[in-house]
Design a protein around this ligand. Sequence first.
Ligand code: SF4
Length: 456
Amino acid sequence: MPTTEPERRNSADGARPERDAAPAPRRVFLETYGCQMNVADSELVSGILRRAGYERTAEPGEADVLLVNTCAIRENAEERVLGRLSDLLRHKTERPGVQLGLLGCVATHQRDRLLDRAPYLDVIVGPDGYRDLPDLLRQNDEPQLELRLDRGETYAGLAPDLAPGPRAFLTVMRGCDKFCTFCVVPFTRGRERSVPVDAVLEQVRAAVAAGKREVVFLGQTVNAYRTDGVDFAELLRRTARVEGLERIRFTSPHPSDVSDDLIEVFATVPKVMPYLHLPLQSASNRVLEAMGRDYTIEAYRALLERVRRVVPGIAVSTDVIVGFPGEDESDYAETASFLREARYDFAYLFMYSARAGTRAHRLPETVSESEKRARLGELIALQETIGLELNRGWVGREVEILVEGPAKRPPAHAGGKSPTFKTTIFPASDVRPGELIRVRVEGATAHTLTGVAVAV
Ligand code: SF4
């Protein structure tokens, strides 16, 4: 760290003894895997460590502390994480004093095995333990673990270091009570708890003051938000009153928690963008029941119809898993048929793979890998066609784009999202992230709109 001005003067005039220079800030390298909630957790960790005197570095070779924030959702997460940790281990070996830590869902999911398999780890901290991270990093004699769940941690009042760009991702609730049989989240992130409404609104105001134009509220079942007598619909209404905020989105809601009042908010609060993610998982009641989803396809269909009736033009996306144990040809055909009927704007399509510790892990797999792949391929092709048809419906219309920055390609284009969350690119060389630009749509692919800026 450079010597400060007063210290330089002291040592130059020789009249007073030279003071010790302040210790250099410790540098932390933080790598994130997984979903948007994990990215938001890393922003939180970054804020906690910065306030404890750490600086971020993008270079592992410069870091005093190397942290990997992990995700247990994907298959073989443990193996991939251990692989990455052993890459980073050389920095610890080469430079004594460097600390290496594991954060996130894998920490809680694999707690019993991690110390055996990675005894070199200095800290292992689950999603509810980040507040203690600076203290844990100070104790370097033996591995420090903080893996408790369910202690009501919401991190209220701890400001995250928001990533650049016009959009702020803010976690408003943590954990999940749903216990879908295929999912590790209730075991890795604990029970549902919501950030107090005043703390959320304070973060929104801080985000706006930092130049953000849009907030995305995050939670595993975000619309289960409830605290101090305020439910999710009311949280959105109060958020919309924050001056300077232009857009509000959220992910990921659960169909069973979509209330009529929430649908009403879409229709009546202009800042709440007309886009809803509504995870389906399967359209077969038999499979839904085996998955522990607490709705039937009839209830889901009625909900989707209600949403589209009250909010005409709303974009809807979904998640689908193919090849769940017991899913036969007719179950799969129901799902494919429902995708044709529902005509989602986007769909996140996955092949089932068992996760240790879940109830479904004990079920015998009945669908071969090749069959799963075939079903997935068919649904991808189907959804591409639907997505393209829906996007072509935008050609000739105008949309307001919140500019995110230069498009990856082609050169001299900018990109951003329309209200319905369509990625839209248009020729521009002088727009700034955060600007709202009206664009006339002239072309479409299954995933992107293209157009030109129009004068307003
Ligand atoms: S709702 Fe189901 S899939 Fe979503 S986080 Fe909770 S348990 Fe997992």
